[in-house]
Design a binder for this molecule. Structure first.
Ligand SMILES: *[C@@H]1O[C@H](CO)[C@@H](O)[C@H](O)[C@H]1NC(C)=O
Ligand SMILES: *[C@@H]1O[C@H](CO)[C@@H](O)[C@H](O)[C@H]1NC(C)=O
Ligand SMILES: [Ca+2]
Length: 263
């Protein structure tokens, strides 16, 4: 049954996968667009590079935040915030955070690619905002052990959520996921609302399962030291949400029969 669902979902996902990955140099639908250390990237509703400095400030303010400072952007970058799109940040400066050097972005360098303080504040770019109190929806976890949950839990989650959790533990360790509570709008192929597990650094490779309904998914152990979880809810019908725990385990301590011995 589970294998059947996985195959069905794989067919669906592989069709969708073409739309994922790099588009105009921006890694779309990936953890990298989510917030890290309170910093997040926004583009105008009209699309890329449409915001003047004044509009950029207004975008952040509207969401209860401020323009990110250079130091905040760099702090976020150091825990994996990577966006290939130039945006305004504090004091009329423009740039973007690069973690992985690539030929198509950031001139092959890593760090904050800094376009400097712009003289012309009517230039149009994206924006980097800072808001440490932003609605909890995803994040980057590097602790050895952590419990986290769907937004608003133990209240039900809301419509139209897109959350990514990126878990990264020490090299040589693996990640054991254990579900504590699970209730997501049910439908046979989990097309409405769902939680997906990716045994990889992003949601492009390593698809390992899609879950909905109210049955606790089985424990899952990553093959490497990274894992990505993606939660999507559509425009109607919500449910109780989920809570789960992960623990970093040393690869050598994992036996073939871990599911039996885990309590
Ligand atoms: C400032 O930038 C805008 C948008 O690129 C441009 O239309 C305008 O001519 C520029 N102004 C000056 C003084 O260069
Ligand atoms: C598997 O479990 C049994 C007992 O349930 C235990 O004796 C055995 O050592 C375990 N296997 C490994 C490789 O740890
Ligand atoms: Ca729904």
């Amino acid at each position: 049954m589970r294998i059947f669902i996985v195959i069905l979902v794989l067919v669906f996902v592989s069709k969708e996968a073409q739309a994922w990955g790099f588009k105009n140099g921006v890694l779309h639908n990936s953890i990298w667009l989510e917030q890290a250390a309170g910093v997040y990237h926004r583009e105008s509703r009209k699309g890329r590079y449409q915001l003047t400095y004044k509009e950029a400030k207004a975008v952040c303010k509207y969401e209860g935040g401020t323009l990110a400072t250079y130091d905040q952007l760099e702090a976020a970058r150091q825990i994996g915030f990577h966006v290939c799109a130039a945006g305004w940040f504090d004091k009329g400066r423009v740039g973007y955070p690069i973690v992985k050097a690539g030929s198509n972005c950031g001139f092959g360098k890593t760090g904050i690619i800094d376009y400097g303080y712009r003289v012309n504040k009517s230039e149009r770019w994206d924006v980097y905002c800072y808001n440490p109190h932003a609605k909890e929806c995803g994040g980057v976890h590097t602790d050895q052990q952590k419990v986290f949950h769907s937004p608003g839990y133990p209240e039900g989650y809301q419509d139209e959520q897109i959350c990514y959790w990126h878990i990264r533990v020490r090299y040589g360790q693996r990640i054991r996921l254990h579900f504590l509570d699970f209730d997501i709008e049910d439908d046979t192929a989990c097309l409405s609302d769902y939680l997906e597990i990716y045994d990889s650094y992003d949601d492009v490779a390593g698809f390992a399962g899609r879950f909905c309904g109210d049955e606790l998914p089985e424990d899952f152990i990553s093959t490497g030291n990274v894992m990505t979880l993606k939660f999507i809810s559509d425009a109607s019908v919500t449910a109780g949400g989920f809570q789960l725990e992960y623990i970093a385990v040393d690869s050598s301590t994992i036996s073939e029969n871990y599911t039996d011995s885990y309590t």
